[in-house]
Design a protein around this ligand. Structure first.
Ligand SMILES: NC(=O)C[C@H](N)C(=O)O
Length: 323
């Protein structure tokens, strides 16, 4: 049996519905730990209660703490896989953070739940079991950090929460899952082709993420330029364009050597410099805007944050993004 370390961090998977208020709340103890015995026939499971936060309370500081726990475990013991239980709201950001910063081929799987522990049809223990099975699967080795929910396996880079409430919320738009879990086994049908890793000790930078919209006001980016951010990610329009009104703000950021990374607010396709009109992608590229092909805004923000905080970074900024 494989030795799997389960790191709990909170989220709906560790919550319950309060009998009086009806609200989903965090209790004094984690309901998952009472269920772990049921999973012992699948793996030799060791639990770590890192913290018990709803995932909107998770920041890069907690992400870094999870990374450090994993690295300590890898260094000290013969761990063969990790499962991290996490709230679903920011799960994809923590997954991508770990994918970019942990240099190991050991399976690291994040999972969560959409229904808390005492709700009918609760998916927590089931997803935890699936995650333990994937963490124990030989084929999970070397695939980077993965997200397992609702019988599917997704890469940290591509997965995103697509529904506020449905148990099939985690999807990888345009790429699809890389594997599935069935009663008899764990089946991978794709292998990720590329993985970047950064050397990270602390998070010392601030990166803003802004969604671009029709008629965006011209002063917004000027305020950001004066607010002391180290980088800005813009979720642009279509193939990677912005309204002319914010071009002077982008110019100002670049003049101040604040990197501006552009993704598309479309959830399919990649941002690329195609259009030559005022605010079009070609013009933005010529101004020095970087195109993060295929990443969502929140993933590009995590990557820029980590890249800017990397103490040993030797590669040029432009090589962090793109295919
Ligand atoms: N399903 C969930 O876990 C959502 C919850 N709000 C969280 O992220 O903590």
């Amino acid at each position: 049996m494989k030795k799997i370390v389960v790191i709990h961090t909170g989220g709906t998977i560790s919550m319950h519905v309060h009998s009086e208020s009806g609200a989903v709340v965090t209790g004094d103890s984690n309901p998952l730990t009472a269920e772990i015995d049921k999973l012992m026939e699948y793996a030799d499971i060791h639990e770590i209660e890192a913290f018990n936060f709803p995932s909107p309370h998770i920041t890069p500081k907690e992400m870094l703490a999870i990374k450090e726990i994993i690295e300590q475990q890898i260094a000290g013991k013969e761990v063969e896989g990790f499962v991290i239980t996490h709230g679903t709201d920011t799960l994809e950001e923590t997954a991508y953070f770990l994918d970019l910063t942990i240099k190991s081929d050991i399976p690291i799987i994040l999972t969560g739940a959409m229904r808390s522990s005492n709700e009918i049809g609760s998916d927590g223990v089931y997803n935890l079991l699936s995650a333990v099975r994937v963490a124990s699967a030989p084929d999970a080795f070397g695939k980077g950090v993965l997200v397992v929910m609702n019988d599917e396996i997704h890469t940290a880079q591509n997965v995103t929460k697509t529904s506020t409430s449905n148990v099939s919320t985690f999807q990888s738009p345009q790429y699809g899952p890389i594997g599935l879990i069935t009663k008899p086994g764990v089946h991978f049908h794709h292998t990720p082709i590329r993985r970047d890793t950064f050397e990270l000790k602390t998070i010392s930078k601030r990166v803003a993420l802004l969604k671009v919209y029709a008629g965006m006001e011209e002063d917004l980016l000027m305020h950001v330029a004066n607010a002391g951010y180290d980088g800005v990610v813009l979720e642009g329009l279509g193939q990677g364009n912005v309204p002319p009104s914010i071009v002077p703000g982008i110019q100002q950021l670049i003049k101040q050597h604040i990197p501006v990374v552009l993704v598309s607010r479309c959830y399919n396709g990649i941002a690329q410099p195609v259009y030559g009109y005022e605010g079009g992608g070609k013009m933005l590229e010529d101004m020095g805007v970087l195109f993060a092909h295929g990443l969502s805004g929140q993933k590009a923000r995590i990557k820029l944050l980590i890249g800017l905080s990397d103490v040993h970074l030797v590669r040029p900024l432009s090589s962090w993004f793109g295919y």
